[in-house]
Ligand binder design. Structure first.
Ligand code: NDP
Length: 327
């Protein structure tokens, strides 16, 4: 039997439970993986606590990230024993995901584990670190360099935000971290933030054009925060928008776009093309100290996942959570 978190909706009533499933339930795609670690991201917490809008069909095994070892493969690119990982590609949304001891995935969605990281470290980085790197790549594609000025990171104490702060600092950027958790501010400084601002400064409706403060931003929060970030960018500034912790809405103005020529770059890690994934993970492997990933992370077992998902959404948990599916 295989242990898995299972999301079901019998007669429209959503429930999440730790289940024991027959091996045969994990079939239908090319590569069978023995999962060693997964993660608990914000999106997983939403899926486990509410199902909608993340889960597209039931029953579902959640978990947008997984790392493990190939057990069987019908894809010649992979052989038993290969160390692999996956971020996104519909895992935990439309296909069974990583919060199980087994996963059946498409060969073209797998990446080889970089030598720099253990499976646990790859998951400590996971979609959060990968997305932070995609955001930085988007800023730099639009011409941002450390010389252009300060970069703001919102939701800085979260998974994506923490990696964004650390990665920007290692690339020589001066980083302002916006955060609503004073208890996390010294950790953000240790990660490389030069300045901290209280997230309340950005969270309410305000003027469409504000003092020019940042050359660029990585926004994990959306809603009024994103509107205020756009309003405070320098002319030709760029914001990489990836998250919605405050809300999915964007109550912004055209003013910063047509009067300051700013760019809003959307980030979708789940469907990022493989070439972009390989570039992002190549850069993560070359610049991110593995010890940093360990330091940002704490570990739970499958039995703790459902409670932790609720705690994450309630804001009583922070940092990166890796899930040892065999613990
Ligand atoms: P976390 O839960 O780890 O972090 C979210 C952070 O947002 C919190 O730590 C908090 O930071 C801040 N926050 C929480 N609630 C609010 C609020 N009401 N108003 C303002 N700020 C708030 O999540 P992740 O870092 O994993 O993900 C962040 C966002 O990015 C999520 O919306 C997630 O769905 C999205 N995401 C998108 C991806 C993509 O490909 N587009 C990939 C990965 C994540 P603080 O206390 O420091 O202010």
């Amino acid at each position: 039997m295989v242990k898995a978190i299972l999301l079901e909706s019998p007669e429209g009533v959503f429930r999440a439970r730790l289940a024991e499933l027959d091996e045969s339930a994990f079939a239908g795609r090319e590569v069978l993986v023995d999962v060693s670690y997964s993660t608990l991201n914000y999106k997983d917490a939403l899926a486990i606590s509410r199902g909608a809008p993340v889960v597209r069909r039931f029953p579902m095994v959640p978990g947008i990230d997984l790392a493990g070892t190939v057990r069987e493969s019908a894809d010649p690119a992979w052989k038993p024993g290969d160390a692999v990982f996956v971020n996104g590609y519909g895992l935990g949304e439309s296909h069974w995901g990583g919060l199980a001891q087994r996963a059946c995935v498409e060969g073209r969605h797998l990446q080889r584990l970089p030598g720099a990281f253990t499976p646990r470290q790859a998951m400590a980085i996971g979609t959060a670190g990968f997305t932070a790197m995609l955001c930085i790549m988007a800023l730099e594609r639009h011409g941002i360099t450390p010389e252009r000025g300060e970069v703001l990171v919102t939701g800085a104490s979260g998974g994506v935000g923490s990696y964004a702060v650390a990665l920007l600092a290692t690339r020589g950027y001066r980083v302002t971290a916006s955060s609503g958790r004073p208890a996390e501010w010294s950790r953000l400084k240790a990660l490389g933030a030069a300045e901290i601002m209280d997230r309340q400064e950005l969270s309410a409706a305000s003027r469409p054009l504000q003092r020019e403060r940042w050359a660029a931003a990585i926004d994990t929060v959306g809603s009024h925060t994103l509107a205020n970030v756009c309003a405070g960018l320098h002319p030709r500034g760029v914001v990489a928008a990836c998250g919605m912790a405050q809300g999915l809405d964007f109550p912004g103005s055209m003013a910063p776009f047509i009067l300051r020529g700013i760019t809003l770059a959307g980030i979708d890690s789940a469907q990022a093309p493989m070439a972009e994934r390989e570039s992002a993970w190549g850069q993560l492997a070359s610049v991110l100290p593995a010890a940093l990933a360990d330091g940002l992370t704490w570990e739970i077992g499958l039995k703790d996942v459902i409670q932790c998902a609720h705690d994450l959404l309630d804001g009583t948990l922070s940092g990166r959570i890796v899930v040892n599916v065999n613990a």
